[in-house]
Design a binder for this molecule. Structure first.
Ligand SMILES: Nc1nc2c(c(=O)[nH]1)N[C@H]1C(S)=C(S)[C@@H](COP(=O)(O)OP(=O)(O)OC[C@H]3O[C@@H](n4cnc5c(=O)[nH]c(N)nc54)[C@H](O)[C@@H]3O)O[C@H]1N2
Ligand SMILES: Nc1nc2c(c(=O)[nH]1)N[C@H]1C(S)=C(S)[C@@H](COP(=O)(O)OP(=O)(O)OC[C@H]3O[C@@H](n4cnc5c(=O)[nH]c(N)nc54)[C@H](O)[C@@H]3O)O[C@H]1N2
Ligand code: SF4
Ligand SMILES: [Mo]
Length: 731
């Protein structure tokens, strides 16, 4: 019997868990009340981490495709097979025909968060794809231009605010994103208790909206217009004040001038929000000492994702709520993250290259994920012939998923570093599984850069992984093979030294001067980033400071308190100021204006998340799947009546790109003219090994998302606001 304390690696909330075991069995999971950060909070996913560990479908051994079936092989055989598959592709077509897709768990996984870059790094893969372009790419673009770094992301100081405006986020389900805060949804109640208010701007009356003081139902995709109207009111009524950042903001006049074309009366009908309410919102934001707008994926994953995301910070700046208590500000993580080492630089230029088939411009080195399918299935010079997926399930999560699902079998070589045989990895030739979260240590890195407290915490593995490799070793081996080293000759330790040296150099540390104390892999990098963080030991500079070894003595973590960075420590723009106006934003206003002049589609589709589901991949845990079906199509009562639909009916949902059948759930949670399906479903595909998920497969909503629907400046997928038709399914 044992009691273990460790960080939950399943979402950005990073809760502390208390896990009880008997022998090799997890017997109980609770929130760790002594945890300095989460103080006992947990959600059903964290509580199911034992089921994830024990899931009989979770892969433990590498697998090689053998005709229509699979064969478990040794690790040496698996890497030899990777070499056999990849070598001819590179020889015949060059490394440009090889690519990789990085999915969401890369951010959460102890090994991959520090080492997945070694696959393209040592492999020489020129172009990568990631879930980032279906997620936060607009945020990255905005932060690159405004603050001088794609990952210099300011966050809402929810702990100290008196007016929280939540736009396009539902922390009741997601537990927060690009804003880590324990029990974020509980803060809504605490804001009210301290006399403040929370307003939720969302097309759906979400669980967060239910808890808030006001729900402002908005037409999907119209947030940019709403926020421009707010700016126009601030200007019109003389409410602009920069507060703490006065004298540090360039481009204010350009932004105010641009917003004059969008007074409340011009946008009200389009947004579905009264002009007087918009004026009131502007006055409230300007008139509340501590106020902030928090915008997340509902603002990114839409047609005007960059504009909407940009305008959140614009309004926070113009109302004096930037770099201010209770406003939007930069955290000061206890760990020196990659983003903390960014150099000073000018604004980003996009479109340095274009994709072969569609001619889509790159943005920060990546093209829209929806282009991946056509780059695989369109013959010609430059066609993608080999794909490595690393902790990703694009067959469900990528836009125009039907086309990608059909394209993956065309690859000459496909290798998945993945723990399941699922909708994506079923197309692979080799699957290389990582360890269970309980078989490896844990310490988040980049995620602490979006948390308002300077917390450090490290968790040891609970169970022994025997001689199975950790994913950092898998990444190094695969990268080396791709780079031309024969599989049998890869020297993992030498590559690890090289990888560490590169990382150390970013932090100004000479690797030769460091006593590594026998550490390797992610442990060594975790130690580096703790030592070079603000409370770190600094390799001798502050002898009492933080090291990995010292942190191990604190299983519930160390909290250095509320923690923020001065903007001078963060801003990396060439001017050294916040550069608010940039052509990439201002030039996109014409597209917005044009859309505002067009007729609105009668019915549009948006997504949703649920607290018992995690993108596509936790539907195989019986504890989470208990209860009602969560893959239903939510339809407003009037829209349902118009189509003769009732709860429980099967309906066909059709868009320009495809069609799915879904079970109807009539709900007044939605605005009229909006229907909702969650993403991540569409299981029970031939050849998968996910018995529990297959019991209730649900529809794959991304079949309905046309690949060309992107936020133009960032290329991010616009999975929300897709025009659809809904009709009773033929019996
Ligand atoms: N319509 C629509 N589409 C969306 C979204 C939406 O809101 N609506 N959201 C988008 C967003 S924000 C995201 S982040 C993406 C997610 O897109 P993806 O990252 O492609 O999808 P996930 O479902 O997170 O898939 C995770 C994969 O990692 C594997 N995995 C889990 N843990 C581990 C591990 O420890 N190691 C390894 N090697 N593999 C592991 C799982 O088996 C699974 O195959 O989806 C995007 N797609
Ligand atoms: N339980 C659970 N937690 C998760 C995940 C999960 O799948 N399940 N996924 C994780 C991931 S990868 C991410 S990126 C985060 C995302 O975290 P959040 O950003 O909180 O994501 P959602 O819960 O999808 O909330 C997005 C909201 O945007 C709304 N919305 C849609 N279109 C529009 C629009 O045009 N305008 C406005 N104003 N709102 C709109 C939707 O109705 C929805 O309520 O969650 C993470 N946490
Ligand atoms: S909210 Fe749930 S999934 Fe997220 S870290 Fe906490 S327990 Fe884990
Ligand atoms: Mo995400």
């Amino acid at each position: 019997m044992g009691t273990h304390h460790r960080t939950c690696p399943l979402c950005e909330a990073m809760c502390g868990l208390e896990i009880e075991t008997e022998g090799l069995q997890v017997t109980r999971v609770r929130g760790d009340r002594a945890d300095v950060w989460s103080k006992g909070f947990l959600c059903p996913k964290g509580a199911s981490i034992g089921q994830l560990h024990h899931d009989p479908d979770r892969l433990r051994e590498p697998m090689v495709r053998d005709g229509d079936g699979w064969r478990e092989v040794t690790w040496d055989e698996a890497f030899a097979r990777c070499e056999e598959l990849l070598r001819p592709v590179v020889a015949e077509h060059g490394i440009g025909a090889v690519t990789a897709y990085l999915g969401n768990p890369n951010v959460h996984n102890y090994s991959l968060s520090r080492f997945s870059g070694a696959v393209p790094g040592f492999g020489g893969i020129p172009v990568l794809w990631s879930a980032g372009t279906v997620d936060q790419w607009p945020k990255n673009l905005v932060c690159a231009q405004l603050f001088g770094g794609a990952w210099k992301i300011p966050i809402a100081d929810v702990a100290n605010t008196d007016l929280l405006v939540v736009m396009g986020a539902n922390p009741q389900a997601s537990n927060g994103s690009l804003l880590s805060y324990p029990d974020l949804i509980g803060e809504v109640t605490r804001i009210r208790e301290r006399g403040g208010r929370t307003i939720v701007v969302d097309p759906r009356r979400t669980g967060t909206a239910e808890k808030a003081d006001e729900w402002l139902p908005i037409v999907p995709g119209t947030d940019a217009a709403l926020l421009l109207a707010v700016v126009s009111v601030l200007d019109d009524e003389g409410l602009v004040r920069l507060g703490p950042v006065a004298g540090r903001v360039l481009g204010v006049d350009e932004v105010l001038a641009a917003a004059r074309d969008f007074p409340p009366e011009a946008v009200a009908v389009w947004c579905g929000i009264d002009a007087e309410r918009i004026r009131g919102l502007a006055r409230e934001l300007a008139g509340t000492e501590r106020a902030v707008i928090y915008g997340r994926i509902g603002l990114c994953n839409q047609e005007f994702g960059t504009l909407a995301t940009w305008l959140v910070s614009v309004v926070n700046v113009l109302t004096g709520h930037f770099d201010a208590e209770g406003g939007e500000r930069f955290p000061r993580p206890a760990i020196a993250t990659m983003s903390s080492t960014a150099r000073r630089r000018g604004p980003i230029t996009t479109g340095r290259w274009r994709t072969r088939v569609r001619g889509a411009p790159e943005v920060m080195g990546q093209a829209p994920l929806s282009c991946l399918a056509e780059e695989i299935d369109t013959p010609g010079e430059g066609q993608i012939k080999a794909l490595i997926t690393i902790a990703g399930n694009p067959a469900l999560s990528a836009p125009d998923a039907g086309r990608l699902d059909a394209a993956l079998p065309l690859l000459d070589a496909m290798i998945s570093i993945d723990n399941y045989l699922n909708e994506t990895s079923r197309h692979a030739h080799v699957i290389l599984p990582g360890l269970s979260p309980l078989e490896q240590p844990h310490c988040d890195e980049e995620l602490w850069a979006y948390a308002l407290r300077g917390v450090a915490r490290w968790s040891p593995a609970i169970f022994d992984a025997d001689d199975r490799p950790e994913e950092w070793e898998i990444a190094l081996r695969l990268g080396a093979i791709l780079g031309g080293t024969p599989a049998a000759e890869v020297d993992v330790d030498a590559l690890d030294d090289l990888w560490f040296a590169a990382r150390a150099a970013r932090h100004g540390v000479d690797p030769a001067s460091v006593d590594h104390e026998g550490r390797r892999g992610p442990d060594r990098i975790a130690d580096l980033t703790l030592r070079t963080g603000p409370w770190g030991e600094g390799y001798g500079a502050r002898p009492d400071g933080l090291t990995l070894e010292r942190l191990k003595d604190h299983p519930h973590g160390i909290d250095h308190g509320p923690s923020t960075s001065a903007i001078d420590d963060v801003l990396r723009t060439t001017s050294g100021d916040i550069e608010l106006a940039h052509p990439v934003f201002l030039d996109d206003l014409a597209r917005l204006q044009q859309r505002m002049g067009e007729p609105r589609p009668p019915l549009v589709l948006i997504g949703r998340r649920h607290v018992r589901s995690n993108n596509s991949w936790m539907h195989n845990l019986p504890g989470l799947m208990r209860g009602r079906d969560r893959s239903t199509l939510l339809v407003h009562p009037d829209d349902a009546a118009e189509r003769g639909l009732a709860s429980g009916d099967e309906a066909t949902v059709t868009s320009e790109s495809g069609s799915v059948v879904a079970t109807v759930e009539v709900s007044d949670e939605l605005c009229r003219g909006v229907v909702s399906l969650p993403h991540g479903f569409g299981h029970r595909r031939p050849g998968t090994r996910t018995a529990v998920a297959d019991e209730r497969p649900g529809p794959n909503t991304n079949v309905l998302v046309p690949g060309h629907r992107v936020d133009v400046p960032s290329g991010n997928a616009a999975v929300n606001g897709v025009p659809v038709e809904v009709a009773a399914a033929p019996a």
